[in-house]
Design a protein around this ligand. Structure first.
Ligand SMILES: *Cc1c(COP(=O)(O)O)cnc(C)c1O
Length: 819
């Protein structure tokens, strides 16, 4: 659906500058996602850290002609002669208003989904369940914020028969705004976890806030065994129908009994049952929520059971993998619709490593679009052109019939995957970035299996979204103007410095910090342009610093003199350095009581280097026990660093807080903070887990029955007390699995259950006890990560999580995920 610019101006109550007549089909808030410039309306949003107005010039040059702004450019008539500027007090509010008016046009069931966990999951599964018979519009990915929700609602179109929208909040008061935009008719509350708790006084307050989404719905669906939820639903004076589901109360509108993968239920007196292809608790609970919505919408228990049995794992994220022959593979073969295609293409274009590589899309027939094939593939072809696809492979009879519609540089069509795999097109693929996007029945996994590099069975999975979530968690303690240094020393605490740096660069952190110059060089070679601090510059590495634009920490006069010498030799002046003061760690640094005058004097009498920042490091910001000492450290630093600043006319950034400090001493954040362990998911103050970044996984190589009294492994250490089933897994101390975890001191997870390490851990293999766990060879094993916090291991080892994370050796392949 499109609106004229005139209509949009009226709907959002804007004053219009410029008279270019055009229509609006696409809304844009992030300039990097631009696709159809002529029909795009850009909202210049102002956030704490960014101002959309800065991108107007660039977007205009790229063809955008319509802008919603707080302030029209002064010279708009001459600089942007054929553009429209719609002036409003708040572009964000205007975006929300426009979506709201668009929503008003539709009289269809709209499912509003909220809850702390499982929103995206429930939405995607509901989509799978409803899709065969209804045209569904849903939030892309997990677009559930104040910006994401309006962009989702905007996708409603004439074909939509039912809509599924997520709503997420992090602060009190946000839900009402989302309610007005979504105007749900069916309310779904998935579960109430403890995420985003910090902004709410207690669970009840958070729950009541979430229920705001449902105030005018005809029905709400919720887990009534959760006391908080039940209490809040009662207190909310909600007037519509309530469908709580329960495992205990037979009187509940949805009474369920579960056993393994099977769910039996009595829904409003009607009995039914289904099985899903997953066994974990979260899957079961999410399926129950989906079942109620489907039954409520009138689906028969038989149809429901049939579709439940076919549920597919949801692709919450696009997988990126190294392929053979220099290929990079992006696998997105779970969804197949134009929207998710656009998202995947955007993702492909944003990958920093794509430069110079040819871009290839392999696409199957798209099902259930509601459009005629010729309309649909014209749209797809348009998209490919705008997103810069160089090579295109279409697979399937329908897409083949539309071959003439495609205008990309090189194109090939095949009736099925087999024909493609036999072709020279397949055999000749090399050094390309390849997006695989195929509807399930086409079996695109055969393509990816053949193209993927065979990886070591033991991998460290790194969730890049979690890194961003953790970054934002810490940013929420910081003033908007406070700068941030992200510590990616020690290969980003084991997670892999290059990919982490790319992600952080994309999220505009101010500095990256590495331990040694070589780590900085690796980043530069990978295309990282961000400022980089080297914490421990070796005397032998100065030339490298200059060549690769790396800024050293300076902690002693000896180092400083050598650096000045080296800079002079190269004819360098004004090289930025970061001065470290020793306020109590007694590791490295200038003494703030005795060295400051000399330091200033030395700096003033040369021009080779220039202090960019001055900092110190807390000894124990993670524990209240050291609060007095921390205060003493801060005082010493404050005094010394102010004296240095006073001696120079340029701004010198002062910083002291590390992860724990940001949270514990936000008042000491000064100009900049240094974020380390928290970024990687461990809260250093509570040892709790934020969003898990790294998951170390392996697979079962072999299972064997070993009788009672036998022993397992070297030195006959693992004596068995009963007849046992023992699994061998390909991970040992050479991979970073500490030997002290062996002999039942710790466990890993097999199908969600604890499996102890038996006997001594070997160099490359470990043995685990799976006697009571249903499993088979090839099953996945989690060493630590999403379901087994790394702190469980570090506690057993009597060490800190930092050590466990950084011990995962280089031979363990890192695999990255991202939405
Ligand atoms: C590693 C490091 C940090 C980060 O510490 P975390 O506890 O991981 O947040 C901050 N500052 C300096 C100087 C560091 O070496």
């Amino acid at each position: 659906m499109t609106y004229t610019i005139e209509k949009v101006a009226t709907l959002i109550g804007a004053r219009r500058y410029g008279e270019h007549e055009t229509t609006v089909g696409w809304l844009l808030t992030d300039s990097r996602s631009l696709c159809f410039p002529e029909q795009t309306l850009f909202f210049a949003l102002r956030s704490k850290r960014n101002d959309g107005h800065k991108f107007i010039d660039e977007l205009y040059r790229r063809g955008v002609r319509s802008f919603v702004v707080e302030q029209e450019p002064a010279d708009y008539q001459t600089a942007y002669p054929d553009a429209n500027f719609l002036k409003v007090p708040s572009p964000l509010a205007a975006l929300q208003r426009l979506a709201e008016r668009h929503r008003d046009e539709f009289d269809i069931p709209v499912v509003g989904i909220t809850g702390s966990n499982g929103k995206t999951w429930v939405k995607e599964w509901l989509h799978q369940i409803l899709m065969p018979t209804m045209k569904v519009t849903r939030s892309p990915k997990s677009y559930n914020s104040q910006i994401g929700v309006p962009l989702s609602v905007w996708l409603l179109n004439e074909q939509t028969q039912v809509a599924l929208f997520e709503a997420g909040i992090s602060e009190p008061g946000e839900m009402l705004a989302l309610h007005d935009i979504i105007q749900p008719t069916i309310g779904v509350l998935t579960s109430l976890g403890s995420a985003h708790q910090e902004n709410f006084r207690n669970m009840d307050e958070k729950c009541m806030e979430k229920l705001q989404l449902f105030r005018d719905t005809e029905v709400i669906i919720y887990p009534s065994d959760d006391d908080t939820v039940s209490r809040c639903v009662r207190r909310s004076q909600y007037q519509g129908e309530r469908i709580g589901w329960s495992r205990y109360s037979e009187k509940a509108p949805m009474y369920v009994k579960t056993e393994g993968r099977k769910v039996s239920y009595i829904y409003k007196g009607v009995e039914g049952s289904y099985e899903i292809p997953f066994i974990d608790e979260a899957s079961i609970e999410n399926s129950i929520t989906c079942a109620i919505v489907a039954l409520y919408l009138g689906m028969s228990p038989e149809d429901l059971a049939e579709r439940m049995a076919k549920l597919e794992p949801i692709a919450m994220r696009l997988e990126v993998k190294d392929g053979q022959r220099g290929l990079t593979l992006i696998n997105d073969s779970y969804n197949s619709d134009v929207n998710s295609l656009d998202i995947a293409l955007d993702f492909m274009n944003r990958r920093p490593d794509q430069e110079g590589k040819c871009k290839t899309l392999i696409l199957s027939d798209i099902y259930q679009s509601g459009e005629t094939p010729s309309e649909l593939y014209r749209e797809v072809s348009d998209l490919l052109r705008k997103r810069g696809i160089d090579r295109f492979v279409g697979i399937g009879p329908e897409i083949m019939a539309q071959a003439a519609q495609f205008t990309v540089g090189q194109k090939w069509f095949f009736a099925n995957v087999d024909e493609f795999l036999q072709s020279s097109v397949f055999r000749n693929m090399h050094d390309e970035i390849v997006l695989l996007k195929g509807a399930r029945p086409f079996g695109f996994e055969h393509i990816s299996e053949l193209l993927e590099q065979k990886v070591h069975e033991t991998i460290l999975e790194v969730d890049l979204n979690a890194v961003v979530e953790n970054l934002n968690h810490y940013r929420s303690f910081m003033k908007p103007e406070t700068k941030i240094v992200c510590m990616i020393k020690a290969d980003a605490y084991g997670a892999g410095a290059v990919e982490i740096a790319k992600t952080l660069q994309d999220h505009r952190v101010d500095y990256l910090a590495v331990a040694v110059a070589d780590e900085g060089v690796t980043l530069r070679k990978a295309g990282i342009t961000q400022n980089i601090i080297v914490m421990n510059p070796e005397m032998s590495s100065f030339k490298t610093l200059f060549d690769y634009d790396l800024e050293p920490e300076v902690y002693s006069f000896r180092l400083m003199d050598a650096l000045i010498q080296a800079a002079r030799k190269e004819g360098i002046t004004g090289w930025p350095v970061h001065l470290k003061l020793d306020t109590g760690m007694h590791r490295l640094g200038f003494d703030p009581r005795h060295d400051i005058d000399q330091l200033i004097d030395r700096l003033k009498h040369q021009t080779a280097i220039i202090p960019r920042s001055v900092f110190s490091h807390f000894v124990g910001s993670d524990s209240d026990d050291f609060d007095n000492f921390s205060a003493h450290q801060f005082e010493l630093f404050n005094e010394g660093s102010k004296k240095i600043q006073a001696a120079f006319s340029h701004k010198i950034l002062r910083h002291m807080d590390n992860s724990a400090g940001i949270e514990h001493f936000p008042e000491r954040q000064m100009d900049m903070c240094r974020l380390g362990i928290g970024l990687y998911g461990v809260d250093p103050r509570t040892n709790g887990i934020l969003s898990t970044v790294s998951t170390l996984k392996t697979t079962i190589l072999q299972l064997r029955h070993v009788p009672k009294e036998e022993t397992v492994g070297y030195s006959r250490k693992g004596k068995l007390e009963r007849d046992s089933v023992i699994a061998a897994i390909p991970i040992g101390y050479a991979d970073g699995l500490n030997r002290k975890l062996g002999n039942r001191h710790c466990y890993c997870l097999v199908n969600g259950q604890k499996a102890e390490y038996v006997g001594n851990i070997c160099m490359d293999v470990a043995l685990i006890d799976v006697t009571d766990i249903p499993c088979q060879e090839g099953d996945s094993v989690e060493i630590f990560g999403k379901n087994l916090p790394v702190t469980v291991l570090s506690d057993v080892l009597e060490t800190i999580p930092y050590e466990v994370l950084t011990s995962v050796s280089n031979r363990v392949k890192r695999v990255y995920y991202q939405d």
